[in-house]
Each structure stands twice: as C-alpha cells, then as structure tokens.
Design a protein around this ligand. Sequence first.
Ligand code: FAD
Ligand code: DLZ
Length: 516
Amino acid sequence: MTILIPILGDQLSHDLASLQGVARVDAVLLMMEVAEETTYVRHHKAKIALIFSAMRHFAEELRAAGWAVDYVRLDDPANSGSFTGEIARAVERHRPNAIRTVEPGEWRVLTMIQGWAKRSGVPVELLIDDRFICGILEFQTWAQSRDDLVMEFFYREMRRKTGLLMTANGRPEGGQWNLDNENRVPPKRGLNYPEPMAFVPDAITREVMTLVAERFAGHFGRLESFSLPVTAAQARRALEHFVRTALPDFGTYQDAMVTGQDWLYHSWLSPALNLGLLTPIEVARAAADAYAAGHVPLNAAEGFIRQIIGWREYVRGYYWLEMPDVADANALAATRPLPGFYWTGETDMLCLAEAIRNTRDNAYAHHIQRLVVLGNFAMLAGVRPQEVADWFLVVYADAYEWVELPNVIGMSQHADGGRMATKPYASGGAYVDRMSDHCGRCRYDVKQKTGPDACPFNALYWDFLARHEGRFRRNRRMANMYGTWDRMKPEVREAYRASAEAFLDALEPAEAGWAR
Ligand code: FAD
Ligand code: DLZ
C-alpha cells in the first residue's frame, strides 16, 4: 500500500490533515518547486525565497520525523514545471494506490487537483483544511442564514466558537464585542516602534536566495534585507516577540502611518500564518493569554484577535463563497490601467511613495497603507480591479489569492458592488493627514483643495463621488458626503472635477510584463 501525499507550498504544518491517520511506512510525501507557481504571477523575489526556504526546511523536518519525502527542486532538469506534471511523474516513480491531499488555497489549484484522478488513473482523496477555524461549508451555512455578509456578526460567531475573550456566562470580555472606539489614535512624536524579530538567513535560505537572484532577477522587489521566519520554531519566536514588544500598542495605533517606520506595532506574522508555520488559533490564543496575564490591554488583544479569527477567516470564507465570478467583478466599471509608479515608486505623493518603498524593500505594507493609500488611490483613480489584484498578488510575501482577492475586489475596490462592504473605503487627503506624519513632508499641500499643488487625494475623492453618484447617493452611510457636495457652489464642484481630470490625464500607465 503506497499513498502519495502532495504537500503544497502553503501547507507547511506538521498537523496537516493529510498526515493524520497514515502510517509512515505507507506514505510518500511529495513536495514540488515548480515554475508555474513562481510565474503565474511574477511574485516579489522575497516571496519566492520565503516559500522555497520554508518548503526545504519543512522537508528536512519531515524526514527527521521519519517520513519519506520526495522533494522536487526547481533546478532538477527533469522538473516538468507544474503541479499536474509532477503528480504524473511521481505516480510513475511510486505507483501509489491513492493520492491524498488537503484542499488548496486557490481556485486555480483546485481545478488542477480535480483533474489528477482522471489523468493519473489513481483515486484522489481531498481533505478539509482544518487549520482554519471556520470551514468552507460552515461559512456558506452562515452566509445563507443572512441577508448581508457583515463581518462583525461573523466575528461574534467565531468568538463564541473559540471561547476567546468570552466570560463564563457567554458574554464578551469587558462587555463589548469590539473596542475600535479606543483604537485609531494618530501617531504621536516620541513613540518607540519595536521591529519584528529578524532571522539571519542560514545555509538553506542563502542557497535559495542565490537561486532567486539568478533565476528571477527581473521580478519586482528587493531580496537583500530578507529576514523572515522560515520554520515553525522561528515563527513561534517571532510571535512571542510580537506579543511582548508590540501587541500592547497594536490597537491604539493600528491605523497610524509614520515616515520611515515600516511596521509600527503590527505583527508581520501573516507570511508565517499563510504558509502554515503558525496556526490562527495559536496566534489568537497567545494574544488572549497575554491579556489574561495582564500584559496587554483589552483593546489591543481584542483588536488583534478580531483580525485573525474575524477578518482572516471571513475573507477565506468569502473567497470560496464568491469564486470564480468575483475574480472578474468590476461593479464600478473601472477601466484605467495601473499607474507605472506602483512598480517604480516614482511619485511625489509621499504616502504612496512610502508604501511602495516598504513594499519593494520588505514585500510588506501594513493594512492601512494597503487600504487607505494604495487601494484607495487605485479605486478613486478608476483603475481596473483585476490589474490592482494582480499587483497585490505579486508584491506581498503574504499574498495568496484566497486572502488577497477578497481584500482587493471586495474591501478596497468595491468591485463586488458592496457584497463585502456596505460603503466604499474612499477617503481624501484629510484622513491620511490625521493618521500620519506624511503630509507635512509631502510636495503636495493637503490643505489645498484644487490646483497643481493640492493633495491629489482631495480632488480625486470628490470626483469619485460625482462619477458614481447614481450608485452611492442613495446609500444612507454616504448621505453626509453627498450633502456636503450638494452645498458646494457649482464652480467649486467644477474645480474639483477639473483638478482630478488634469491629474489623471498626466498619469503614466505601467509598462507591460511586471505582473504576468
Ligand atoms: P497585523 O496588522 O499584525 O494583523 C494581524 C493579522 O491579522 C495579520 O497577520 C493577518 O493574518 C490578519 N489580518 C488582518 N487583516 C486582515 C484582512 N483584511 N484579511 C486577512 N487577514 C487579515 N493579508 C494577507 O495575509 N495576504 C494578502 O495578500 C493581503 N492582501 C491585502 C490587500 C489589501 C488591498 C488589503 C486592504 C489588505 C490585504 N491583506 C492581506 C490584509 C492585511 O493588510 C494583512 O494581513 C496585514 O497587513 C499583514 O501584516 P501584519 O501581519 O503585520 O498584520
Ligand atoms: C506561491 C508559490 C510559489 C512561488 N512557488 C511554489 C512552488 O514552487 N511549489 C509549491 O508547492 N507552492 C508554491 N507556491 C504556493 C502555491 O502557489 C500555493 O500552494 C497555491 O497557490 C495554493 O494556495
């Protein structure tokens, strides 16, 4: 009896469902570095290095634990270049009786797996990925029971399910489910920002970095500062470090942006989480335990836990509920190509330049840079959502379609017509000014509303509301903004629209070939 167990690059967990209940003598674990996965979009160099290094470390750990691991390297001359091709070759080598694998993170890969049994003549067992707190079917049942998909209500279900920050009588700790009214404080001078734990590349990582530097030289991003955790043991140390040094201030300064400060109080745990080096429940428990021990305040623990058991689980459920149609959604009929500065960073808007620098150097930008700066600009400018989604999938070390696409199409571009968010996350320069120190150092003036020196976010915001009046005017959550627009003199409204048009006309589109 031989069972072939493919383990994909984001399934690097020792308690993976496919490894349970199988005798080691009966199993061959198959891990595949394949060209198709490295180039279906042209990932940031650091992302490829991270995945290959973590895969190679995980294979060593599996071997040390007594598993037979068949590891196909990218530079193996016989490598077919695709998961499906490697399954066919592995079936030739091992003649398995069955293939057993865990549901993948992407629709694209699921359609591949659905063809394996027919192509190879070997039955394929597809197991639920129980590393997530909420299963795909469970989310679908929740969604069917409701008229809307408001995340807050899903989050409360997850609090009840996990018991995290719940009192013995089933009430939320502190009496409130959500403490965001204590969060979103602007950054002050004199704060000390802890850095995430940095790991010096070992021999395996250095070998992978050389491979990536040679083979993927034309891909976006820098590799030199690579220091991410590549094993579960390192990821646990990074989690402990975050809980001790940054979590206490996580909630308070969650929306802050500071020039030259790339992480502020964020965790930078998403790459390890999304690879499977950490599980969401252990990360959320670490925060709850720190609160119980009196080390972090409730607003920090609650805010952080909401991101993990709320948003992260929610977007995964949304992805499988809405795929495949959501990938092509474009409710606002946006047609503009992505501006070239998303790849070069060459823009005078300091908030954008800073977010893109962080992205290029670290394959990272924190949530508010992604949402309020990069996503907001693309939506206001009317960039085609699929080009925005490709960019986000390329540039971040934590980007897999199940988590990237809902955040782009649903949360940031409103391209799903409001299925995820009842109102678009649109804002002008004032919000960036309130939450950051960028505007005081920027070549544009956030206080000026129109003209060549005004912050472009101001005119773009009003132009966006005017362009989409037919869709949004009846939205009760946007009534105030349309009230303000209505009270403006016609010549003021016209000046906003002319300013936006002049700015947009001058935008250079990106050169072809960066993303695909
Ligand atoms: P922290 O601020 O420390 O948050 C803790 C954890 O909560 C994160 O590690 C992450 O696992 C989870 N989390 C927080 N917000 C979200 C969210 N909206 N969706 C899912 N998980 C969340 N996250 C990804 O993991 N991969 C992506 O490709 C991705 N693309 C995004 C694209 C856009 C347009 C936006 C607005 C958000 C995107 N996010 C994505 C969500 C979020 O920005 C990142 O998870 C976060 O910035 C990762 O940094 P961190 O670990 O320091 O997060
Ligand atoms: C993202 C990625 C890359 C760059 N390379 C590989 C690879 O060579 N082998 C592999 O198993 N996985 C890789 N991945 C992650 C996969 O794309 C990921 O498993 C699927 O997208 C499903 O989420």
